[in-house]
Write a protein of this length. Structure first.
Length: 74
């Protein structure tokens, strides 16, 4: 009886360790995937920032040209 109880406890502990191992692997894979997604998001944000800065410069140039052309049109 005592040995079967010990065997049962050993089986339960083994099962718990196995399940925790699987959860740990899943967490590591999820965390790695999340890191990759964040890196892609950072790359996209930086690219969008550079595009916005370039558009802003272009708009400034157009605004200056419009100011220069205004006296000639009037």
């Amino acid at each position: 009886m005592f040995l079967s109880l010990i065997h049962l406890l050993f089986s339960l502990v083994h099962s718990i360790i196995f399940q925790v191992s699987i959860l740990l692997v899943v967490f590591i894979l999820y965390d790695t995937e999340q890191d990759e997604d964040l890196a892609k998001l950072e790359e996209t944000a930086l690219s969008t920032k550079h595009i916005a800065l370039a558009v802003n410069e272009e708009l400034d140039l157009h605004a200056k040209l419009l100011v220069m052309l205004r006296p000639r049109v009037s």
